[in-house]
Structure formats: C-alpha cells, structure tokens
Design a protein around this ligand. Structure first.
Ligand code: 13P
Length: 284
C-alpha cells in the first residue's frame, strides 16, 4: 500500500468517516502511529509541524516518516503541518511530502495569494496542499493565546475558488491543546461548510481533549481529516515519567524507547477506531 498523496487518501469514497492525522516528533511517535494504522487496518496521516522540522530536519525526521509510510501495509500520507516558511515547504515538497500552508493569521487576500502560489508549486511537483481559513484560539502547540475567528461558509467557498487548494482546515470552535472547560464545537457551521465545499475534504485541527460523542458528531457533520497532537504527547510524556520513576537503572535505548512507541500506539489505535466508528469501516 505504502505512501499515498494526502488528497487521494481523503478523496476515497469514505462515507461517514474521518482519517486520523497525527503529529509525530520522534521515530517512536512515527512507529507508534504506523503500527496503530496497521493493527487497525486503517489509513493514517503522519504530520510533522514546521517547528519540529527545524530541529528534526526534513532529511532526518521527514525521511524517517517517508520511510515508514513506504514500508506500511496500509496507506499512509506524510505532510508538513502549519507551514509558514515557503523555502522550507518547497524543500519538503521536493523530498516527497505534502504540505499545509498556514496563512490563517494573514489578511484574507495575502493568505489567498500565498496559498495559490504553494498550490501551483505543489501541483507542479505532483504533490498537494492543505490551506486554512479562519483562526483557532490557541497556537499550534496550544501554549500561546490567539484571537479566534470562526470560518464562514462564504469565505471558505471564496478561498477555495481563488486558491484551488486540495484540502481545507476551518475554525469551528476547535482549539489546539487542552480546552478551557468543555470543547464547544459549532457542528452546524462545520456541516454547512462541508456541504458547500463538497467534495473538497474539510479538516478539523485541535482534535485532542474532546469528548468521544462530539468527535463522532464532527465526523457525521462532514469532517474528513481529524488532527491530533496533544493526546499523543501526553501519553508519551506520562510513559517517560513512569519509566524514569520505576526503572531508573535502565540505560539501553532498545529497552527505554519501545514502551514509548507502544504508549503512542495505544492512544492512536483508540482514536482511529473512534474516527472510523460512524462508518464502521473504510474502503481502500
Ligand atoms: P491538538 O494538539 O489539540 O490535538 O491539535 C493538533 C493539531 O491540530 C495539529 O495541527
């Protein structure tokens, strides 16, 4: 099966189903997520945030994700998440990754122009682009407060028409990181946008820390790519602290790291199954 282009993965006739897109930070995250995809028999998207690529490098961490995708028994897409630096995104496209260009903090027209440029570049290299319109309330790592701006149907449609983007992320009450109180997702808005853009795949970022019933409802509303980072980071960090406290004598990497990959795998499997539940299965 191996690596599949993001747009092709999301354009399958998937009925009521969302593909899980998971942020990876080290090779243990990559192995955990791909093992979960293979264990559940479902496709998956590996995302590496631009900030993570600055230390992990396209040639090292990006290559590891592409290698894992190519070896996988189920379809796996590999992409840069929240890219803003055009030279870095160009390099990622040349290496064989798809990209998200995030111009959501820019004025509408500037976001349109930059996204259109990235789409033309990506298509000329046989790759594709996720764009974003509207703004989430917290930064990608969930640490910095930002002004939230919900996406309207009209601007989503106009943005798609003017950019030709392959996949579109929207702001419907979702935030990155942990929610302050219960997540309030505007499901009606999500459904209206998904219907107006159909068959363009619509993305929901900030998928951690959301009650399962709301996740199912978001998928039924038409969300096709569902992003998760924080829930995996939490599982990884918890396991790391547990190992350090309970087995302080361990120094062998092959004993220290597999439990971290396993912790990531367990959470990922639960999420993949939850996202596939409304449809029961995905046909590819
Ligand atoms: P969370 O960290 O809230 O899961 O968000 C992930 C995300 O949207 C990455 O783009």
């Amino acid at each position: 099966m191996s690596q599949v282009k993001l747009s092709e993965l999301l354009q399958q006739d998937c009925g009521t189903y969302a593909v899980g897109a998971f942020n990876v930070h080290t090779t243990e995250f990559i192995q955990g997520v791909v093992n979960a995809a293979q264990e559940t028999g479902q496709p998956v998207i590996l995302m590496i945030a631009e900030g993570v690529l600055r230390y992990g490098r396209i040639e090292i961490l990006g290559a590891a994700a592409l290698g894992a995708a190519r070896m996988s028994k189920v379809p796996v897409a590999v992409m840069v998440d929240h890219g803003k630096e055009i030279p870095l995104l160009k390099k990622a496209l040349q290496a064989g990754m798809d990209v998200m260009y995030d111009g959501s903090a820019l004025p509408f027209q500037e976001n349109v122009e930059n996204t259109r440029y990235m789409v033309e570049l990506a298509h000329s290299l046989g790759r594709c682009v996720e764009g974003e319109i509207g703004a989430l309330g917290l930064s990608e790592d969930g640490e910095e407060e930002r002004e939230q701006k919900l996406t309207t149907v009209e601007e989503a449609v106009q943005f798609y028409r003017e950019t030709g983007v392959d996949v579109l992320a929207v702001s419907v009450g979702n935030v990155h990181g942990f929610y302050r109180g219960e997540a309030k997702i505007d499901l009606e808005r999500a459904a209206q946008i998904a219907e107006a853009l159909n068959p363009l795949p619509v993305v929901m970022h900030g998928g951690s820390d959301i009650p399962e019933e709301t996740v199912r409802a978001a998928v039924r509303a038409g969300i096709r790519k569902y992003n998760i980072a924080t829930d995996l980071k939490q599982a990884y960090a918890d396991k790391m602290r547990q190992l350090a406290a309970q087995e302080p004598q361990l120094i062998q990497p092959w004993e220290l790291f597999p439990p971290l990959a396993k912790a990531v795998q367990e959470v990922t499997e639960r999420k993949i199954r939850l996202l596939a539940e409304p449809a029961k299965q995905f046909h590819f």
